[in-house]
Design a protein around this ligand. Structure first.
Ligand code: HEM
Length: 513
């Protein structure tokens, strides 16, 4: 895709900026490192027998499993957060709320709760020995619970086949998807006392009987142990024959699929990558997912323009994908202005990030060459229309497009906060001569079922122009809502633009008396 795209930029960052240097406030991979980490067992230890990774994967499946491929209802839409779904016997256990408690932290106006569930499970698999999985974004959060439909262990084989067919998977795919899921985790005594007994194991304090001996890593052990007859899986050789659903499912094609997985770790991994991508892309009809998100080779991040009196401040970073630290590398940013001029500045190294279990690294450079959070100072009259970068003498400009920058409107440093009852005054600088038809705050809030809602609050055009400098005028508005967090939006030449940094009055300096 072409930068900037606020939604794809946000999804790409969550997908690929996983550990190390980051502009994100939460990165999910921290919670699956090590893969045995379970943050809900008090000691934040790894002896409970449970893991965040297993919870996240089971949550994604249970959210999706309500899908009805005939009428298009249900699917991965975060409907599992509703008490009506959580209360069902098919959704017993604490793993779902545990999952929300972590993965919902990455949601924002561009990343839905459903996307965060899909992404969490994908990051768990990729970071714990699994294959890379194609990720699309754009899932839409349900407004109410879906119809029931998650399979349970006591059901007969024919109902499992019918259930997976309803979800959109053949019998062979059912075997695959269950094996791909049950390479993680196990069954807990607490919630399934009819399947698992108390274990009295100090290294498994929550009494989880695991599906295979490598229950925090993705591998084909689930298949090799099943085929060799050494499996201890409570759903294969459990003491209760009625609930040995994995035994019935894995054996339903005379073990052909499981044997192929046992014989080939690569086949297991590639089959799971395909099935898993299809699972997380199973969404209610009408939901339009994005293309598969691939990392941008050169990606500006946290780019922000601020007007400070007679200077235009440009903040930002650039990420160079698939690179490692190299003191000899030279990186500079070039900015193009309204007068066909260009200027450039050498960038300073900021850090290294990595993703996909350390498979990829990226290096980051700041727009300013000396100080950590200091912007570049631009002449407001010249402004900025686009950026490009030069890395070791090579021009990086998205194949000639450049990285477009909208300098028609921006936050002004003169914005300030009052005491109660009025929260503050927002000043937005509007570039003179720009065809700006509307300017508004995009107030970001949650509705009664936690979905993010963006409400536009128009900033009235000033009756008399208020000059900020020779190139910009100020549009201002007082607001009373202390808790408001917002972006600034504008319609320019009929196209809507939004700033990407979230603002709130609490961060503004006090207004002068
Ligand atoms: C017929 C289909 C299935 C049945 C009957 C089934 C049943 C179960 C049961 C009873 C548990 C124990 C839950 C607990 O103790 O909290 C479990 C755990 C789990 N299931 Fe399934 N499952 C099925 C399919 C799947 C699929 C398709 C996936 C994912 C692709 C999956 C992923 C998991 C994971 C990761 C766990 C471990 C959770 C943990 O340890 O916290 N399951 N499953």
């Amino acid at each position: 895709y072409v930068w900037p795209s606020p939604q794809l930029d946000a999804l790409e960052a969550l997908r690929f900026d996983q550990t190390g240097f980051s502009v994100l406030s939460t990165t999910l991979s921290t919670f699956v490192k090590p893969c045995a980490l379970f943050v809900f067992d008090g000691s934040v230890g790894t002896t409970s027998g449970r893991s965040n990774a297993a919870d996240w994967i089971r949550t994604a499946y249970h959210d999706m499993a309500t899908h009805n491929s005939t009428d298009g209802t249900g699917g991965l839409d975060a409907s599992i957060r509703f008490p009506a779904e959580l209360a069902r016997a098919e959704n017993i256990g604490s793993g779902f709320t545990n999952t929300f408690g972590i993965v919902f932290a990455v949601t924002n106006r561009y990343v839905s709760m459903a996307d965060s569930i899909a992404l969490g499970s994908l990051i768990a698999i990729e970071n714990c020995g699994g294959p890379e999985i194609a990720f699309r974004g754009g899932r839409v959060d349900a407004g109410e619970a879906n119809a029931p439909g998650v399979p349970t262990p006591e059901q007969a084989l024919n109902s499992h086949v019918a259930s997976f067919a309803r979800q959109g998977f053949t019998q062979t795919e059912m075997i695959g998807l269950v094996a791909c899921g049950h390479t993680f985790g196990g069954v807990q005594h607490n919630f399934f006392p009819n399947i698992v007994n108390v274990l009295n194991d100090p290294n498994d304090t929550e009494d989880v009987a695991h599906f295979d001996s490598t229950f925090v890593t993705f591998d084909n052990t689930v298949a090799t142990e099943y085929i060799s007859g050494t499996t201890k899986s409570p759903l294969v050789v459990g003491f209760n024959a009625t609930t040995n659903s994995d035994s019935r499912i894995f054996g339903s094609d005379n073990n052909a699929t499981m044997r192929s997985f046992a014989n080939s770790p690569d086949l297991f991994a590639s089959t799971c990558a395909d099935l898993y991508a299809r699972m997380i892309d199973t969404v209610p009809s009408g939901v339009q997912l994005t293309d598969v998100i691939t990392p941008l080779p050169v990606k500006p991040a946290a780019v922000k323009l601020v007007l400070d009196g007679n200077t235009l401040q440009l903040f930002g970073l650039v990420r160079l994908w698939n690179t490692t630290t190299d003191p000899a590398r030279t990186v500079s940013v070039v900015w193009h202005d309204h007068n066909q001029g260009t200027r450039s500045n050498a960038l300073s190294f900021a850090g290294v990030s990595s993703s996909t279990g350390g498979k990829y690294n990226a290096t980051w450079y700041r727009f300013n060459s000396t100080f950590s959070n200091t912007p570049l100072f631009l002449d407001p009259a010249a402004g900025v229309t686009s950026l490009s970068f030069v890395v070791n003498g090579q021009l990086e400009d998205q194949g000639g497009l450049g990285f477009a920058i909208q300098d028609g409107f921006m936050f002004s440093e003169t914005s300030c906060s009052f005491g109660l009852p009025v929260a503050g005054r927002i000043d937005v600088a509007v570039r003179n001569g720009v065809n700006l038809t509307r300017l508004y705050l995009e107030a970001i809030s949650r509705d009664s079922v936690q979905r993010i809602v963006v409400t536009e609050i128009d900033i009235p055009r000033p009756a008399q122009p208020v000059a900020a400098n020779s190139a910009y005028s100020l549009w201002s508005m007082n607001l009373t809502d202390q808790s408001l967090s917002f972006n600034i939006g504008a319609e320019i030449d009929g196209v809507k633009y939004s700033t990407t940094d979230e603002l709130s009055f609490t961060s503004f300096p006090p207004c002068p008396e």
